[in-house]
Design a protein around this ligand. Structure first.
Ligand code: UGA
Length: 451
C-alpha cells in the first residue's frame, strides 16, 4: 500500500526513507517548494547519519518520490503519515495549525478511505480533534477515515538506527483495521528481519515491544517519555551542583546509580543542559497541557528551571576562572545541540555563545557540522576551519558539544597555542587527570577542578 508522508523535516524524511527501505512505496510532500526541489535533486536538507544514502538509494529504486502536490500525494496513498512541525507558541503550547490544515486537506480532497497516522509530537487529544476535523470537513464525501497515533522516538544523530532497532512501537487507535495495517507496515521491524542499512552485523538486539492502545494513551506515552528523559538530565545536573558543594564526583555518583537496573545508566550525563527542538518544547507543552486539565505539574516546572540555570552556572564558572570576561578571547567547540547533528535549535552551546557576546568576549567557534546554520544568527562570531584555529591565542576554551572527533585532537598542541590553557568542559567529555597532566587548568561539571 502506498504511503504519503506529509512534512519532509527530520521526522518525515527519516520515516519516509526508512519505510521505503523496508520496501513500501512512499511519496513525501512538503509545502516548502524549495525543499522538494532539493530532495528531487538528491540534496537532503538536514544532516543525519545514513539519511543521504537512504534517500538517494530509494529514490533511485523508485520507491521514494517527492512532490509539492499534497492533494495528489494523499489521493494516491492508502496510509498518510502526518509529520508536520508543531512549534511552540509564545505561551508554550504547541502550535497545531499545520496539523489542522493537513486534516482539512485530507477531508476535502480524498475520494476513498485513508488511514491517517499522527507521527508529529502532539498534545493528548490531538487525535480526537483530528478525527473530528476529518468528519466535519469530509461530511460531503461521506467517507469515515481511520485515525491512529504512532509516536516517534527517534533521537537526532541516531535516528535511522532508532527506526530500525526501536525499543518499542506504539500504535494508538480504536480501529482493528488500522492496527492491522500499521502492524503489517512495521512487521520487518517487529521481527527484526531486514537488510540493515546501519550495521553490517547488527549487535544482539531484542525484538521491540509492540504496544497497542487507544489514541490518548499513545499520545501520552510520547509526552511522558520525553519529559522523563528531561527529568533524568535535570536530576543529574542538580546532583552535579551538590557534588560541587560537597566535593564529590558526579561521574561516580551517576555510575553508582546507573548500575542499578531500575535506574539505568542512560541520560545521566551532566552538563550545560538539554536543548534541541524536542525536550525543551515538549516539556513546556506538557506542563501547559496539564495545567489546562487543572493539574499543576510542579515537578516538570522544576525540571525546566534547573535546565535554564545550567547556562548561568557554567558562565559563573568561567567568570570565576577568568575574573573578567570582557575583551577575553574565548574558543567554543561545538554549536549543535548535541553531537551527530547540524541542528542548532535551542542549543545550549548557542546560549553560552550569546552570553559570551553579551559580556563582550571575542568569540571564536568551531563545529564539524553546524557552522553554516549558526552563521546567519551570529554573524559577529569568528568561524574557524578547525579546533586549532579556534583555540589559538585563546584565554579559555569551552567545550559545549561533545563531538567524538574532538577526542582525537592534538591537545598538547592546543594547550601550547593558547594564551592561557584554561579548559571548561561543559559536557564532562574528558578525563580530568589526563587534561591536567597535559597542563590544562581543567574545570568540568560536578567534578573536582584540576590545575
Ligand atoms: C529526543 C528523545 O531522546 C527522542 O526519544 C525523541 O524521539 C525526540 O526527542 C523527539 O521527540 O523527536 P533528541 O532531541 O534528538 O531526542 O535528543 P536527545 O538525545 O534526547 O538529547 C536532548 C538534549 O539532552 C541534548 O541537548 C543532549 O546534549 C542533552 N543530554 C542528553 C544531556 O544533557 N545529558 C544526557 O545524559 C543526555
Amino acid at each position: 500500500m502506498k504511503i504519503a508522508v506529509i512534512g519532509c523535516g527530520h521526522v518525515g524524511l527519516v520515516t519516509g526513507a526508512c519505510l521505503a527501505e523496508l520496501g513500501h512505496p512512499v511519496v513525501g510532500t512538503d509545502d516548502d517548494a524549495q525543499k522538494i526541489v532539493a530532495l528531487r535533486q538528491g540534496r537532503v536538507p538536514v544532516f543525519e547519519p545514513h539519511l543521504d544514502a537512504l534517500v538517494m538509494e530509494n529514490v533511485r529504486r523508485g520507491r521514494l518520490q517527492f512532490t509539492g502536490d499534497i492533494a495528489a500525494a494523499i489521493q494516491e496513498s492508502g496510509v498518510i503519515f502526518i509529520c508536520v512541525g508543531t512549534p511552540p507558541l509564545e505561551n508554550g503550547e504547541a502550535d497545531l495549525s499545520a496539523i489542522d490544515k493537513v486534516a482539512r486537506t485530507i477531508a476535502t480532497h480524498c475520494q476513498s478511505q485513508k488511514l491517517v497516522v499522527e507521527k508529529s509530537t502532539v498534545p493528548v487529544r490531538t487525535g480526537e480533534e483530528l478525527e473530528r476535523v476529518l468528519q466535519l470537513y469530509g461530511g460531503r464525501s461521506g467517507i469515515a477515515h481511520e485515525v491512529a497515533s504512532n509516536p516517534e522516538f527517534l533521537s537526532e544523530g541516531r535516528a535511522i538506527e532508532d527506526f530500525f532497532h526501536p525499543d518499542r512501537i506504539v500504535i494508538g487507535t480504536s480501529s482493528e483495521k488500522a492496527r492491522g495495517t500499521l502492524e503489517n507496515l512495521y512487521q520487518p521491524i517487529l521481527e527484526q528481519k531486514f537488510a540493515c542499512p546501519v550495521h553490517s552485523h547488527c549487535p544482539p538486539i531484542r525484538k521491540p515491544l509492540l504496544l497497542t492502545t487507544n489514541i490518548p494513551t499513545a499520545e501520552l506515552i510520547k509526552h511522558a517519555s520525553n519529559s522523563f528523559l528531561a527529568l533524568k538530565i535535570s536530576y543529574i545536573n542538580a546532583l552535579a551542583d551538590l557534588c560541587e558543594i560537597f566535593g564529590a564526583d558526579v561521574s561516580k555518583v551517576a555510575e553508582g546509580m546507573g548500575a542499578d537496573r531500575r535506574i539505568g545508566r542512560e541520560f545521566l550525563r551532566p552538563g550545560i543542559g538539554f536543548g534541541g527542538f524536542c525536550l525543551p518544547k515538549d516539556i513546556q507543552a506538557f506542563v501547559r497541557l496539564a495545567e489546562r486539565g487543572g493539574y499543576h505539574f510542579a515537578l516538570l516546572r522544576e525540571v525546566e528551571k534547573i535546565n535554564e540555570r545550567r547556562i548561568d552556572h557554567f558562565m559563573e564558572k568561567l567568570r570565576k576562572a577568568l575574573w573578567v570576561i570582557a575583551d577575553k578571547q574565548i574558543a567554543v567547540l561545538g554549536l549543535a545541540f548535541k553531537p551527530g547533528t547540524d541542528d542548532i535549535r535551542f542549543s545550549p552551546a548557542l546560549a553560552v555563545v550569546a552570553r559570551l557576546l553579551e559580556q563582550k568576549a571575542k568569540v571564536k567557534v568551531f563545529d564539524p557540522k553546524a557552522m553554516e546554520r549558526a552563521r546567519p544568527l551570529f554573524p559577529q562570531l569568528t568561524y574557524c576551519r578547525d579546533a586549532y584555529e579556534a583555540a589559538h591565542e585563546g584565554d579559555a576554551l569551552l567545550l559545549a558539544t561533545e563531538w567524538e572527533e574532538f577526542r582525537s585532537l592534538d591537545w598538547s598542541k592546543i594547550r601550547n597555542s593558547m594564551a592561557r590553557p584554561l579548559l571548561l568542559d561543559g559536557r564532562n567529555f574528558f578525563e580530568p587527570k589526563a587534561m591536567a597532566a597535559l597542563g590544562f587548568e581543567y574545570h568540568s561539571i560536578g567534578r573536582p577542578d584540576l590545575r
